[in-house]
Write a protein that binds this ligand. Sequence first.
Ligand SMILES: NC(=O)C1=CN([C@@H]2O[C@H](COP(=O)(O)OP(=O)(O)OC[C@H]3O[C@@H](n4cnc5c(N)ncnc54)[C@H](OP(=O)(O)O)[C@@H]3O)[C@@H](O)[C@H]2O)C=CC1
Ligand SMILES: Nc1nc2c(c(=O)[nH]1)N=C([C@H](O)[C@@H](O)CO)CN2
Length: 243
Amino acid sequence: MRAISPTRPILITGAGKRIGLALARHFLAHQQPIIISYRTRYPAVDTLEQAGATCLFGDFSTNQGIEQFAQQVKQRCDSLRAILHNASAWLAESPHRSPADTLAAMLQIHVHAPYLLNHLLEPLLRGHGHGHASADLIHFTDYVVERGSDKHIAYAASKAALDNMTRSFARKLAPEVKVNAIAPAMIVFNDGDDAQYREAALNKALMKIAPGEQEIIGLVEYLLNSKYVTGRTHAVDGGRPLR
Ligand SMILES: NC(=O)C1=CN([C@@H]2O[C@H](COP(=O)(O)OP(=O)(O)OC[C@H]3O[C@@H](n4cnc5c(N)ncnc54)[C@H](OP(=O)(O)O)[C@@H]3O)[C@@H](O)[C@H]2O)C=CC1
Ligand SMILES: Nc1nc2c(c(=O)[nH]1)N=C([C@H](O)[C@@H](O)CO)CN2
């Protein structure tokens, strides 16, 4: 089991629900301090706070919002064990939103937020424990980085930029900080996904399940425990490319 870092919290962005929330609950259950960002104050955020999490409001739709969040983090701690860049919006192209607004929103959350937070919080990641692989960045991208998407063009492009930044930050921050990406396909359905959509989505991969959040938790733990893996994208896609 990974060495718990009792003094260096793990920062999880967008942890008010689903995968981010599951990660937050996992670390709290293992006495790993966490800081989370939330945009909507779901009841689950109150529960995380009562369990000891530091829960900070963070709306990354503007650069000022990102900078204000980073300032809050720096006021609460002087070091971080890891940053998990989970916050995301899955926007499709839509006749109700201009292509320019869709692209801007996707780049803002998937590129501006990780890029600016990595720079603003870099000092909190360095200078701890032998100077070698003592901190981690994990970028949450998507299987569509390698294939594109005809319905989520801006989303896929922004995740591709985040994928590329994984290699750039790995080169910049080694050996103190490892930087990896996790590229999921179908992990967790959304509440509004009907039976027809769900069947079609499951049939796109060899492994015809939506594995749930634990699949991501296990990979995050592997990456945090590694002393050597960096600069890579780790697919969690049920063999989808082979379908
Ligand atoms: N679920 C899946 O099957 C898959 C997930 N992934 C990736 O895994 C990660 C987690 O997925 P999932 O749990 O489904 O993500 P969700 O879309 O369910 O949640 C993402 C979180 O990010 C927050 N967020 C969105 N926009 C902003 C913003 N502008 N500022 C601050 N916070 C924001 C949301 O806050 P709020 O609730 O307030 O809107 C939400 O809590 C994401 O990066 C996603 O792209 C990739 C492929 C498949
Ligand atoms: N921020 C989000 N990104 C993605 C989601 C989501 O719910 N929120 N969902 C998916 C789908 O599960 C897709 O992988 C199905 O093929 C992709 N990204």
